[in-house]
Design a protein around this ligand. Sequence first.
Ligand code: 5GP
Length: 178
Amino acid sequence: MPTTKPELLISEESIQARVSELARRISEDCPAGEELLLVGVLRGCFIFLADLSRRLTAQARIDFVALSSYGQATRTTGAVRLLMEPRADIEGKHVLIVEDIVDTGHTLHYLVGILGARGPASLKTCALLRKPSRMEKKVTIDYLGFDVPDRWVVGYGLDCADRYRGLPYIGVVNASPE
Ligand code: 5GP
């Protein structure tokens, strides 16, 4: 069991202010009278998506996908697989992918590819965090919360071996899930 308290990186207040700002921009950018389809990437998105969706003034439906992740490793192999399909039909919808963190970019790049091929009316991306120094795939993030350094971040839905997800802030841990 990890006993160390994660070192504070982004405070609860900063996260909440940024999530409100993102929700405002997303709502403003939604075409008038249209509905958004939020597609959250499990599992790390669940708290971010919950807060974001409750602050949108635009109408939104919520769906989820699950993709193969690092498992117990901290470094991606680049090979991504869809483990759980969205329930909604993507065709003709204004889709917004909601990710917890973009690291190498492989996951988001793959998801944009497969959902984009299903004929959405529009397809945008939102990520709470990005590690710019680790990007391997060029992928557009239309709505970004924060850039973070190349450390293992936890809290606000993000885990280290399924721990720390309930923290209200983003912290860094030295212990890796490997
Ligand atoms: P990518 O395909 O962009 O390399 O990886 C994206 C996924 O890796 C994220 O959705 C997340 O599950 C995981 N990930 C990458 N870096 C971190 C990190 O620092 N902390 C946590 N908890 N997950 C991470």
